[in-house]
Design a protein. Structure first.
Length: 202
């Protein structure tokens, strides 16, 4: 574990951009489901959680990086936390988002189980993860920022996730797949929407 990056350093505390496809994904969820409360896990400076708050959702934000959380929007409640140990009660949120986070986590299956724990029955989990032809390809900019060169990108993206990996992991859980969507723009990425509870209804 010592060779993994320190995500609490200021160099990694940069704002995550909410690209046009991510915004559309969120818009589709808000239109299709009654979302009153949401938690954005690993949300950096709160770009996504602020978007949710602006659409009438009571939005919460967690990130492991204290430097990023200094920029938490005023209409969002932010707290420093690890994705695998969230400081919230069971079944707390209608929507839990985790965008471009799981590929950074060694035990991403445990992290996904923690997302499930804090999601309300009938609620949803929204994931996004890069579609990399070579693992680490899209982490070269972060590698340059953190290490001064591009050659540690595979320390940052420790997994090359695909939709099938999500399917296999949730097979024995209380989650079901609502959709997998691949998008080439603004970057090759997959969007997955999961539902907790009865899969026969939305």
């Amino acid at each position: 574990m010592d060779n993994l990056p320190d995500y609490q350093v200021e160099e990694y505390g940069y704002a995550r951009r909410l690209d046009s496809r991510q915004k559309r994904f969120m818009s589709e969820i808000l239109e299709a489901h009654d979302i009153q409360t949401a938690l954005d896990v690993g949300g950096s400076r709160g770009v996504l959680s602020e978007y949710l708050a602006e659409h009438g959702v009571q939005a919460f934000l967690t990130d492991i990086n204290p430097h990023a959380l200094r920029e938490t929007p005023e209409n969002v409640f932010g707290v420093q936390a690890d994705v695998s140990n969230l400081p919230f009660r069971d079944n707390a949120f209608d929507l839990v988002t985790c965008m471009h986070v799981l590929e950074h986590i060694q035990d991403w299956q445990t992290a996904l189980a923690e997302l499930e724990r804090v999601t309300a029955e009938g609620g949803h989990i929204a994931l996004a993860y890069p579609w990399e032809p070579i693992r680490g390809l899209f982490a070269t900019v972060a590698s340059k920022r953190m290490y001064g060169n591009i050659f540690h990108a595979r320390k940052i993206h420790v997994h090359n996730l695909r939709a099938k990996h999500i399917d296999e992991t949730i097979d024995s859980s209380g989650l079901s797949v609502v959709s997998h969507q691949f998008s080439f723009f603004d970057m090759p990425q997959t969007f997955t929407l999961l539902r907790k509870g009865d899969s026969t209804s939305n």
